[in-house]
Design a protein around this ligand. Structure first.
Ligand SMILES: Nc1ncnc2c1ncn2[C@@H]1O[C@H](COP(=O)(O)OP(=O)(O)OP(=O)(O)O)[C@@H](O)[C@H]1O
Ligand SMILES: [Mg+2]
Length: 252
């Protein structure tokens, strides 16, 4: 059984058709990327799978559980990192992780282990004892990613996990995700606009534009199909936009 099954998912916000019937599946342990431009419907898809938003049409299942009818069962399996999330600003990073670990783990021993893992994953070192209100954007993001992964979810749904991270931190996060997928069997569904980053990280990607999936496959398959050097080129060709010639060539 796939970890994620999405069938003909539709979402209207009033007159705005954010999703116009998308379908895909994700196997257990796979790192799957949803990529596309602003307003394409990435966050909407992730919110529906995280049970925070009800679809207008279609179905989605996580490990066989319907995201609408069995939302409780789904929530027990997932971690969700929202696109724009803050942590409790008055706590220190460590207090925040501890609070979350205690909320999640039923016994103290488990909570302690979770916290230890969270501390390690955050990579924040001594800054973990400073108030979250003093963190930079990237530091907050690292804290929230640590929170999402320390509970060892079956499925991690991460909306633009690397947004705001510098290249070193983005690299480390990618390594962590790969390690989790390999060692824990964690399945990842993440969104990004950064096609090049996704190309290095994801086993398969779905390209989404205006609420429709325009291409889906492994980065290698897609590059071959479009005779493209990278996923950015694939995307431009898939949506039928020719890549403009550089300005200021000969004769201009
Ligand atoms: N709460 C809302 N009310 C009305 N329209 C919304 C709402 N949320 C999203 N939309 C619309 O739905 C469409 C898809 O938005 P969504 O946030 O899913 O895109 P996205 O791919 O995540 O974009 P971005 O890359 O900018 O985060 C957009 O046209 C957006 O304006
Ligand atoms: Mg978004």
């Amino acid at each position: 059984m796939p970890m994620v099954e999405v069938e003909n998912l539709e979402k209207d916000y009033g007159k705005v058709k954010a999703l116009r019937g998308i379908s895909f599946y994700i196997n257990e342990g796979e790192i799957f990327g949803l990529i596309g431009p602003n307003g394409a419907g990435k966050s909407t898809t992730l919110k529906i799978l995280a049970t925070l938003l009800k679809p207008t049409g279609g179905r989605a299942k996580i490990a066989g559980h319907d995201v609408v009818k069995e939302a409780e069962g789904v929530r027990a399996l997932i971690s969700y990192l929202p696109e724009e999330a803050g942590a409790y600003k008055n706590l220190t990073g460590r207090e925040y992780l501890e609070f979350m670990a205690k909320l999640y783990a039923k016994e103290e021993g488990k909570a302690k282990k979770m916290l230890e893992l969270g501390v390690k994953l955050s990579g924040l070192g001594e800054r973990l004892d400073d108030k979250v209100s003093t963190y930079s954007k990237g530091m907050t993001r690292k804290l929230l990613i640590a929170r999402a992964l320390m509970v060892k979810p079956k499925l991690a749904i991460l909306d633009e996990p690397a947004s705001g991270l510098d290249i070193v931190n983005a690299y480390e996060i990618r390594q962590t995700m790969r390690r989790f997928a390999r060692e824990e069997g964690t399945t990842f569904l993440l969104s990004s606009h950064n096609m090049l980053e996704v190309e290095f990280l994801c086993d398969r990607v779905a390209m989404i534009a205006e609420g429709r999936i325009v291409e889906l496959g492994t980065p290698e398959e897609l590059k071959e199909k479009y005779n493209a050097e990278n996923l950015e080129e694939v995307f431009m060709r898939a949506i039928g936009t020719e890549i403009p010639e550089p300005i200021g060539g000969e004769g201009s």
